[in-house]
Ligand binder design. Sequence first.
Ligand code: ADP
Ligand code: MG
Length: 826
Amino acid sequence: MSINAEPLRKILQLEGEKGYLDSAVIGGLDRFLSRWTGQAVQSVASPQLLRQFERLKLVNSNYASLTKQQRKEWVNKVFAFLPELERVEAGKVEVKPPQEKKEEEVTPPPVSRRRPAAKKRRAASGSIDSPITTLKGVSTTLAAKFKRLGVETVRDLLYFFPHRHLDYSQRKHISQLTEGEEQTIIANVWETKVVMPGGRRSTEAIVGDETGNVRVLWFNNPYLVKQLPTNSRVVLSGRVGLFNGRLVFESPEWELLEDKELVHTGRLVPLYSLTQGLHPRQVRKLMKEVVDQWAWQVEDFLPAELRQRCNLFELPQAIAQAHYPENEAAKDRARVSLAFDELFILQLGVLARKREWQEGQPGNSFNIKTPVLDAFLSSLPFELTAAQQKVLGEILADLKEPKPMSRLLQGEVGSGKTVVATAALLVGAASDYQGAFMAPTEILAEQHFANVCQLLSRAGEQVSEEENLRRYSGLLSRPLTVALLIGGMNQARKQEIQQLILSGDIDIIIGTHALIQKEVEFKRLGLAVVDEQHRFGVTQRSALRQKGFNPHVLVMTATPIPRTLALTLYGDLDLSVIDELPPGRQVVKTKWLKPAQRDSAYAFLRKQVAEGHQAFIICPLVEESEAIEAKAAVAEYERLSQEVFPDLSLGLIHGRMSVAEKDEVMHHFRSAELDILVSTPVVEVGIDVPNATVMLVESADRFGLSQLHQFRGRVGRGEEQSYCMLLAQNPSEIGRERLDLIGKIYDGFQLAEEDLRLRGPGEFFGTRQSGLPDLRMAKLSDVALLELARDEAIRLFGKDPTLKKPEHRLLAKELARVWQKGGEWS
Ligand code: ADP
Ligand code: MG
């Protein structure tokens, strides 16, 4: 079948000759057209051509009602179209076999590259940062719904990217439809009616193209009857099912084929995350309008030369293609372009902060050639490992500079970070600076206090021991004073110690992060060591500055983070890594047990206790809430103490207990009054009880590798061989892989890389990185892109560190905008 344009051509010619009186054909031109067009469209496969039909009003023409002048114009337009029609249709193959999908693609016109007419653009009032209520058709009610999704301004909306796309771009003829797949057809609506399958009012339609008819059912939706008039042309995209042996389109996405771009069908269709009261069609339609009207008004802040070099879309196009891509390749390129922008801005911000921190105020230059350091190091009962020596060297080199250090020290639990930090604090004290050593919890602060005192007691002679305060002679020309300051201590003593800090009597003060945030005043703070903390960010630093100090900062973490990730997240910090454990450190034997082996696990635990050791039992992770988790832990504790180990003494720790309560339990465990400590996953953080030799982790498959590794670092801290038993009910594929890996790999960094690979960075960190600007498009596993962004940022920063050059004006603006929103950052 092909289109015969000849009759139409003749009629139109005649109509012209007769003076456009609608007299060329009996019954009027409209009737003729409806017949001719009705036949013609059956054989048109190209959607562009179909749209031309619509646009020219060949379908549903209304010739009779036009004025003479309008008739003339219209006839001329159709005339001009006829050769095109014949040309296209001449080369057309009848019905193409399904494998020739390419030719069947419904290709929407490349809108996104086409800028809307100037008129249209001017029609948009307000700026891109106006609330979305300035958009036509967005009520305050609708705006409230979007607000729940974090969308308030037009810009937010533009950056409200779909979480994925449905590929409805493959058009088929009805005869080619197959069961199960997602497919798209263009068809005529022959008939619609309300039907009641299963008692639900639904819409049924029979639609057809030149290859056949198919039934369509929109279950539970009787309203479509009105929206799909008979004889209208629709595009349907969706899944085709089998019903009583016949194919049925099941609630497909639909839209009328009009002179408009397809939004819901026939293309890559965006899927947005919705909240209650927002409907996919509504959001898609709004997004289409917003993207068409506003994407072009987003200023492209990347220097053009950089964009070209990195082969990225211009920003407006990237945004448009991220929503309504022309094809898969454009979609991917849009994602890469937007991800690059995010990472680049992130890197620039991080570099700017570092510069500001280091150049804002002069820091304190320590004299690192001090006999105290040698005395301390030679007093240790061991040699520093090569990694410790290297890292200490890096730190000392920073401390001697008049610009403040900002360094991240990574090293596994037990790799000897505390020793290195103590050495640095001593060097500070020797230069008459105070040092603060901060831990995230009071338990850990106490532990650090005990550890530091123990280390110092070998080098110096303890001359006095007061409550939470020790003095050592023989190290400095005056006694070296170390103190502990935590919320749990008695008020009077606390005030005394605060007074001593202010007067400069205390050299090294150990406490929680409250140390720097709250009431404590220092005399001469020169070095802040922050342990086990990911979020020692700008806020904390400016808190220090407000106290008039510009100390060196050493952040320590036992969470091994792959290098690229560290450079992104903590790009403002220099990185030091202790990548080796002290010699002779035992490997914690780790074993994955099946549920049936639970009893033998309990028996093993009992045996260890009988030998005088202690044990941890880690309760399952409960994601819903800390309260529920605590409740589950209490129940497990009761079950264990009553049914499993009635003869042993058990303790319980969970996140809902007060600090004092937790402290008390920990105290009992450390002093070996308790045999078994039952705990929610909170014990992850550095508890040090060398006599604990065995750990049992429940539902171990649900923890990440790094976390499991942290857990097992709680045992194996003494001389005795230690064990970690992992119980898993019914692990998923990834869960299995993890449990296999943790039994084989004992290197924290290697595990972290594996963890990142298995889980992706979002989960790797548990929650969204607080304080960092949002990453919507970038995945931190995009290592290559991340490195590219970092390199480019360093390069640009090298040329124009303050972004004062005119070509960087927009960049500076964007940086301020993003980072201002980000607030605190790591
Ligand atoms: P981290 O803070 O990294 O967890 P610590 O500094 O607390 O590690 O060290 C863990 C244990 O190892 C401590 O008992 C410490 O005295 C000991 N230790 C540290 N460095 C060495 C070393 N080079 N050789 C032997 N033992 C060491
Ligand atoms: Mg530690």
